[in-house]
Ligand binder design. Structure first.
Ligand SMILES: [Zn+2]
Length: 430
């Protein structure tokens, strides 16, 4: 497709403040943004789209989640992570089949797309069914097989590896695959090490829950004498590391963050999940000053409880400002970068997360006529602090529309709602 998006508003993040906008024409050629200019004469084969009522931004990058947990939404609201996982999640996940995972994933992807997300991360099981959902939805994703039990680790590692080989860089590069040792309390150090080694060999990232609760660190320290991150570093897991995507990192010391910085890791912040499960609030001064690439994820919908990145950015920004008692601790530009380019970098999609020439044409059209954008005193501010998913009009991924005028093109939402409700009833009664 060759398309000129005429007279669109984009955020002028190049000026530093991120608060200014420019009105431009954007030429989309194939899967890329070919040109951005004040005026573009459309090439002969191009169609022209009047974008004058839209703010056009990159799609959000949801850097940590478990799509199919939409099926388990609302099953346990007043319990800690340990009880939530062991008493409510694991027993029901054991009952899930591939189609459950497929429909649950489609629902999460639909929610994400309708709230402005174009790139996702997932860690779950039956991951081929997740890849099937991602392919049909038309979005971009980095998928990993989560290994959440200490039994039969060898077979699980082999399955993870086979998945990576089968799916990495597939669907025109929209799908990347990675390894996903679940967490220090569900995977042995030897298994974690093997995951790192295979990821290094295959040139893919490792998705890993780390330092989510104080209990995780205390239990691990009782056995190994130190925190998971420090222990893994001392064992050499982080020497010449593959790219590590460390989810949560709620409880961190200066040494822990320094280890992750030296390892070139990214930290995915999951504020709503951490708040809801009572896991704690990170020391944001420490994280913001650490030099580690910080990005944002919703986590699964059973602990969030939705897949809305704009809401996630807003809550994160509010808690950062509130917990540090300094409204200047995080700028609008920095917060948006965490939701866009930082996440893309963490997931290995280097040309995603910006509206710039040569970047992937992954775009969200926000309706500036929505009252949340009125009076346009500061459009970036309105996007972050006032707007919601209601203002998302259309979404493009890799130069193709995946949502137009509020309608998803690759997902039959009525059917997905029906199937998820039917399957969730079966799982809830299990
Ligand atoms: Zn998670």
């Amino acid at each position: 497709m060759v398309l000129v998006l005429r007279s669109a508003r984009i955020l002028d993040t190049g000026r530093g403040s991120g608060d200014a906008t420019q009105t431009v024409d954007i030429l989309v050629d194939g899967m890329k943004i070919a040109r951005i200019a004040d005026h573009i004469d459309p090439p002969e084969d191009a169609s022209v789209f009047d974008a004058s009522r839209y703010l056009i931004t990159p799609g959000f990058v949801n850097a940590h989640g478990h799509f199919a947990m939409t099926l388990l939404r609302g099953l346990a609201d007043e319990v800690s992570l340990e009880v939530w996982l062991k008493q409510y999640m694991f027993p029901r996940e054991a009952l899930m089949n591939g189609d459950d995972v497929y429909y649950g994933s489609l629902l999460a992807l639909a929610e994400g797309m309708m709230s402005g997300t174009t790139t996702f991360a997932d860690m779950y099981f039956s991951e081929d069914d997740v890849a099937r959902a991602v392919g049909e939805a038309g979005v971009r994703a980095n998928l990993s097989t989560g290994t959440a039990s200490l039994d039969n680790e060898h077979g699980k590692l082999q399955k993870s590896e086979e998945f990576v080989v089968r799916w990495n860089n597939k669907a025109d590069g929209r799908i990347k695959a990675s390894f996903g040792p679940h967490a220090p309390y569900t995977a042995s150090p030897e298994f974690v090490q093997e995951n790192f080694e295979r990821a290094r060999e295959l040139g893919v990232i490792v998705q890993f829950h780390l330092h989510e609760t104080r209990k995780e660190i205390e239990d691990f320290t009782a056995v190994h004498g130190t925190s998971p991150i420090t222990y893994y570093a001392e064992q050499g897991f982080f020497d010449n590391p593959p790219r590590l995507l460390a989810a949560h990192c709620v409880h961190m010391t200066a040494r822990d963050t320094e280890i992750l910085r030296e390892a070139g890791a990214s930290i995915v912040l999951n504020i709503q999940s951490n708040l809801k499960l009572g896991s704690g609030i990170p020391d944001y001064r420490l994280l913001l000053g650490s030099g580690v690439n910080l990005c944002i994820g919703t986590d699964g919908a059973a602990s969030n409880d939705n897949v809305d990145m704009l809401e996630e950015l807003r809550v994160l920004g509010l808690v950062m400002k509130g917990s540090t008692q300094d409204a200047a601790d995080i700028s609008n530009t920095s917060l948006l970068a965490m939701g866009w380019s930082n996440g893309a970098k963490a997931l290995g999609f280097e040309d995603v997360g910006t509206v710039s020439e040569g970047a992937a044409a992954d775009l969200v059209l926000w309706d500036l006529d929505d009252e949340s954008f009125c009076p346009q005193n500061n459009v970036a501010s309105h996007l972050l602090w006032s707007a919601n998913s209601r203002a998302v009009d259309s979404v493009m991924v890799a130069g193709s529309w995946v949502m137009e005028n509020g309608q998803l093109l690759g997902i039959d939402l009525d059917k997905v709602r029906f199937e998820v409700a039917r399957r969730a009833r079966r799982l809830a009664s299990g």
